[in-house]
Design a protein around this ligand. Structure first.
Ligand code: GDP
Ligand code: CA
Length: 314
């Protein structure tokens, strides 16, 4: 069996831990198609936050307390960069994390694409999931605000999404092409899962790459998504600020309707909401999307595996 998962960073990583756990020992091939809209060049290195969040979590080397980056991290290099006045003072890069960025930059400078660089970097650990960037091209999510347009990282990390967003641009995506392996994974999948990742800045930048949405529309596999919104609130992070900017309510049914039914030109065949949102199941079904309500808190891989089991049964 083959499973393809559309994924952002930290939320996607938690979900993939459960996907891996659910299918453990079954010989299932799991491919994560990962957002690269948050990627950037900074202090001479290429940074790919979502790919790295997933890699560190699946490798078991992530900082579970802080919620991002490597466990046992130090920041000596960042302190030096700051003393030199290089980089973004509000964006700290850990020393271990910089090792990843240097390795990625090394491969890119050798002329390899991001997909091949990612394959080589992830070879270090038995992740149990193949990580494929959505594209080898450099696309960047920018945020439109009354104070000007800024890179997603500046809005998210520096301003903590406190400046109201007026819209999002996935710069470079119109001219981008899917990375090698993306369309193949979608076409070959027996199951396509949309992780409970941020719909606006994690899933949308993947779908903005020409060819990917069409491949999902045409795929023989069912497309099943999971709500990142529980009881009208984001579980972690600031996705509500993103949804508001695009005119979508922070509600499990509103996100489902935003993605839309595949049978009606949208993305989804089925959608899971949390038990707290059971009342909106008929609303979602009325829009042509099968729906079910189950606990959607991804507290640990075993609990998340149970969520994945429910997704395969909806
Ligand atoms: P990022 O790229 O690091 O921002 O991570 P993602 O986009 O992959 O995931 C962020 C989203 O995951 C947020 O919008 C959260 O609401 C959602 N999320 C985080 N933890 C949980 C959880 O336990 N359950 C559900 N249903 N959603 C979650
Ligand atoms: Ca991200």
């Amino acid at each position: 069996m083959k499973v393809a998962v559309l994924s952002g960073g930290v939320g996607g990583a938690r979900f993939l831990l459960g996907v891996r756990e659910h299918f453990a020992g079954t010989g299932t091939e799991i491919t994560a198609i990962v957002n690269v809209g948050d990627d950037m060049w900074l202090t001479g290195v290429r940074i790919a936050p979502d790919l790295d969040s997933i890699m560190y979590a699946l490798a078991g080397v992530n900082d579970t307390e802080r919620g991002w980056g490597r466990a046992g991290e130090t920041e000596r290099v960042s302190a030096e960069l700051r003393a030199h006045g290089v980089g973004w003072p509000w964006f700290t890069l850990g020393d271990l994390d910089l090792g990843t960025h240097l390795t990625r930059t090394h491969y890119l400078r050798e002329g390899l694409g991001l997909a091949e660089a990612t394959r080589r970097i992830t070879e270090r650990w038995p992740l149990g999931v193949t990580l494929v960037p959505s594209t080898n091209d450099e696309i960047e999510t920018h945020v439109l605000t009354a104070e000007g347009t800024m890179h997603f990282q500046e809005w998210w990390t520096r301003h903590r999404a406190a400046i109201p967003a007026l819209g999002f641009e996935y710069r470079g995506s119109e001219a981008a092409t899917p990375a090698p392996g993306v369309l193949e994974a979608i076409a070959a999948a027996d199951l396509i899962l949309v992780a409970p990742s941020n719909p606006v800045v994690s899933i949308a930048p993947i779908l903005a790459i020409p060819g990917i949405r069409q491949a999902i529309t045409d795929a023989p596999a069912p497309v099943i998504g999971l709500s990142p919104i529980i009881a009208g609130a984001v579980v972690r992070g600031m996705a509500d600020a993103c949804l508001t900017a695009i005119g979508v309510a922070t509600a499990a049914d509103a996100v489902a309707l935003h993605y839309g039914a595949r049978s009606r030109g949208g993305l989804l065949d089925a959608w899971l909401v949390d038990s707290a949102d059971a009342a909106v199941v008929p609303v979602i079904e009325g829009a042509g999307i099968r729906a079910a309500a189950v606990p959607l808190w991804m507290t640990d891989p075993a609990t998340t595996a149970e969520i994945v089991r429910a997704a395969t049964a909806v």
